[in-house]
Design a protein. Structure first.
Length: 567
C-alpha cells in the first residue's frame, strides 16, 4: 500500500512539474506545450506612420493646454496639423559605436544599431536595440504640446550635413527643422559623440507668432510588450519601463500594470529619468536636474506602451526662442559608464533586493578583470576570494558535518534497534547529540549565511553585459550563452554528486534518497544556463569539495563516499 501511495505521489509531483514548466514558458513569451495560443507580435506600423506609434488612445486628437495641465493624461496622441507638404525621408548617421536611423517625421529615432555588440540569435549581425518594423516597434520621440505645435507626427526638413563620424572628429550632428505651426517652429538637433552611447538632443523652440506661447516639451520611449528575441526561458529578467526620481529612487513599471491602470511611480519630480529596460541593454531620456517634469506611462495600442516626461518651457515672447537640452541613452548596461551619465542610471542594471551586495561584488569582479584581462578567469578569481573570505564559516560547517559523520554508525544502529519506538528513538538521538556535543544544524547555519552573497553574485553574472560574447577558454566563446558541448554542466553535475557523497548520509532513508535526487533535478537547469553562471557554480563546488576534504582529514575523519541505497 505504501508503495502504491508513493507511486501516486511521484506521478502527481511529476505532472505538477510539467504544468509549472508550461506556465513558465508562457510567462516568458514562449508557446505553451498544451493548447498554445497564437504568438503575439508587434503590430506593423501603418503605411502613413499614423496611429501605430502614438502614445494616446485617440490618435487624431490634439490635447488642449488645459488638458495638459490636468496631468499626464494629456500626453499627445496627435495627427500632424495641416502644413505645407514636406517630403518624408529616412536619415542614417553613424559613429564608432552607433548606427542610427531617424525619420524626418518628427525627427524621431526609429533604429539604433550597436556596432560593438552582435545579435544574440545571428552573430553575423550587429545588435539592434531600437527598431520600427513588422516584428518590433521601439522608438524615441519628442515634440511639443499646448497648442497646434510641431509634434512627433510633424514632417520636418532635414538640414544637409555629414552623416558619418570621420577619423579625428569627436562629434557629429543631424538637424531637423519643423514648419511654422501654431506660431511655433521647432528645431531639433541630435549630436553623437565618439565612443558614447548618450546622444545630446537640443530642442530650440522659436515663437514666430505675434502673441506669447507656453509650449511643453514631451520626450517618450515607445515599445512593444514582447520579450527580447533569443532570451532563455530558464531565467527571467525584467523587460519594461522604469522611472527614477530622487524621492522614490528606481521604480520598475510592469507592462501588465500599465494595461490595468495599476502602475505606481512618482508622477512629479525635478530630477531623474525615464527608461525602457531589457536584459543587458536600455534606453533612457535624461533631463537636467532641477527642471520640473511630469512622468507618465501609458498603453498606446494593443501591444504598444510608452514611458516619458513632460517639461514646461514657460512663456516665450513673440520673436524670442528658448532651448532645452536633453540626452538620450541608447546602449549596453555597463555599470561604470552609466554611473557617470546620471545619478541612478546604473540601476537599470537590476539586481533586485540584493543590490547592496551585488554592487560591491561587481566592483570586485571588474577590478579582477582589469588585472586578469579575461572575464572567465575573473569569475574563478572572485569565487576563490569569496571562499577565502568565508573560510572560517565553512570550516565550522564542515567540522560539524565531520562530527555528524563520525557518530553516524551509532545513530544508524540506534535507529535500527528502536525502529518500532519512534518517541524513544527521538529521545535517544537527542541524548547522543548532547553527549557527543554535536549540533545537527551546525553544518547548515554557516552555509545559510553565505547564500545571499552567492545569490547576489548570480545576479551580477546574469545581468552583466560584459559577459556577452566574452570568451573564456577553448570551446567557451560566449560566457552569456549555454556551453555548446555541455561540458561545464556535466562537470557541474558530477561535482554536485561528489559533494553529496562526501556529506554524511541522513539517518532517514527517504531523506537520504532526496539528497541524491534533488541535486540531479537541480543540475538539469544548468544545461541551459549561461556558461558564466555554470562556471561560477562549478568553481564554488570544486573549492567546497577541496575545503571539506582538508577539514575532514585534519579532524581525523577520513573522507568517505556515502553512495545512495535505492531499494
Amino acid at each position: 500500500m505504501n508503495d502504491i501511495r508513493r507511486t501516486i505521489l511521484w506521478v502527481i509531483f511529476g505532472f505538477s512539474m510539467v504544468l509549472l514548466w508550461d506556465k513558465w514558458q508562457v510567462h516568458n513569451g514562449r508557446k505553451a506545450l498544451f493548447f498554445p495560443a497564437p504568438a503575439v507580435t508587434a503590430p506593423a506600423p501603418a503605411a502613413d506612420g499614423a496611429a501605430a506609434t502614438l502614445p494616446a488612445s485617440t490618435a487624431a486628437s490634439v490635447p488642449s493646454a488645459a488638458a495638459v495641465q490636468a496631468g499626464a493624461a494629456a500626453v499627445p496622441g496627435v495627427a500632424a496639423p495641416a502644413a505645407a507638404p514636406v517630403r518624408r525621408e529616412p536619415v542614417e548617421v553613424s559613429s564608432d559605436v552607433l548606427r542610427l536611423r531617424f525619420d524626418s517625421e518628427g525627427g524621431s529615432l526609429i533604429h539604433a544599431e550597436l556596432l560593438q555588440h552582435v545579435d544574440l540569435v545571428d552573430h553575423s549581425k550587429h545588435f539592434v536595440l531600437l527598431d520600427d518594423s513588422a516584428q518590433r516597434v521601439y522608438l524615441a520621440q519628442t515634440g511639443l504640446i499646448g497648442g497646434g505645435f510641431p509634434t512627433h507626427k510633424t514632417v520636418m526638413h532635414v538640414v544637409p550635413g555629414e552623416r558619418e563620424l570621420k577619423d579625428g572628429a569627436q562629434e557629429l550632428s543631424v538637424r531637423f527643422e519643423s514648419p511654422d505651426l501654431g506660431g511655433v517652429k521647432l528645431v531639433k538637433t541630435w549630436t553623437l559623440k565618439r565612443g558614447a552611447y548618450d546622444i545630446a538632443v537640443r530642442h530650440e523652440v522659436v515663437n514666430t507668432g505675434t502673441t506669447p506661447v507656453e509650449p511643453k516639451l514631451y520626450l517618450q520611449l515607445v515599445r512593444d510588450g514582447n520579450k527580447p528575441p533569443g532570451e532563455s526561458s530558464f531565467y527571467s529578467t525584467f523587460t519594461g519601463p522604469a522611472v527614477f526620481t530622487q524621492e522614490k529612487k528606481y521604480q520598475k513599471v510592469e507592462f501588465k500594470a500599465i494595461e490595468e491602470n495599476k502602475a505606481e511611480f512618482e508622477k512629479q519630480s525635478s530630477s531623474g529619468y525615464v527608461a525602457m529596460v531589457q536584459h543587458y541593454f536600455a534606453s533612457a531620456w535624461l533631463l537636467p536636474d532641477g527642471l520640473p517634469r511630469e512622468n507618465f506611462a501609458r498603453k498606446v495600442d494593443s501591444n504598444l506602451y510608452s514611458v516619458g516626461m513632460i517639461a514646461s518651457l514657460d512663456s516665450i515672447a513673440p520673436g524670442a526662442s528658448k532651448t532645452l537640452d536633453a540626452r538620450l541613452f541608447v546602449g549596453p548596461q555597463v555599470e561604470t559608464s552609466m554611473e557617470k551619465l546620471a545619478p541612478g542610471l546604473e540601476l537599470v542594471k537590476d539586481y533586485g533586493w540584493l543590490t547592496i551586495l551585488s554592487k560591491p561584488l561587481y566592483w570586485l569582479l571588474d577590478q579582477l578583470h582589469k588585472i586578469l584581462g579575461n572575464w572567465g578567469w575573473s569569475i574563478v578569481g572572485l569565487v576563490l576570494l569569496l571562499k577565502i573570505m568565508f573560510y572560517w564559516l565553512n570550516a565550522k560547517a564542515y567540522a560539524s558535518m565531520a562530527k555528524m559523520k563520525a557518530i553516524n554508525p551509532k545513530i544508524t544502529e540506534m535507529r535500527e534497534r528502536l525502529k518500532d519506538k519512534p518517541q524513544q528513538m527521538q529521545q535517544e538521538m537527542m541524548r547522543i547529540y548532547r553527549e557527543e556535543k554535536v549540533n545537527p544544524m551546525g553544518g547548515c547555519f554557516p552555509i545559510m549565511i553565505q547564500i545571499p552573497v552567492f545569490i547576489a553574485l548570480y545576479w551580477v553574472l546574469l545581468s552583466s553585459v560584459e559577459m556577452r560574447n566574452a570568451p573564456w577558454v577553448g570551446w567557451i566563446h560566449d560566457l552569456s550563452a549555454p556551453d555548446p558541448f555541455f561540458i561545464l554542466p556535466v562537470l557541474m553535475t558530477l561535482s554536485t554528486l561528489l559533494q553529496t557523497a562526501l556529506n554524511p548520509a541522513p539517518p532517514d532513508p527517504m531523506q537520504a534518497k532526496m539528497m541524491w535526487l534533488m541535486p540531479l533535478m537541480f543540475s538539469v537547469m544548468f544545461f541551459f544556463f549561461p556558461a558564466g553562471l555554470v562556471l561560477y557554480w562549478l568553481t564554488n563546488n570544486l573549492l567546497s569539495i577541496v575545503q571539506q576534504w582538508i577539514i575532514n582529514t585534519r579532524m581525523g575523519v577520513p573522507p568517505q563516499f556515502n553512495l545512495p541505497k535505492f531499494k
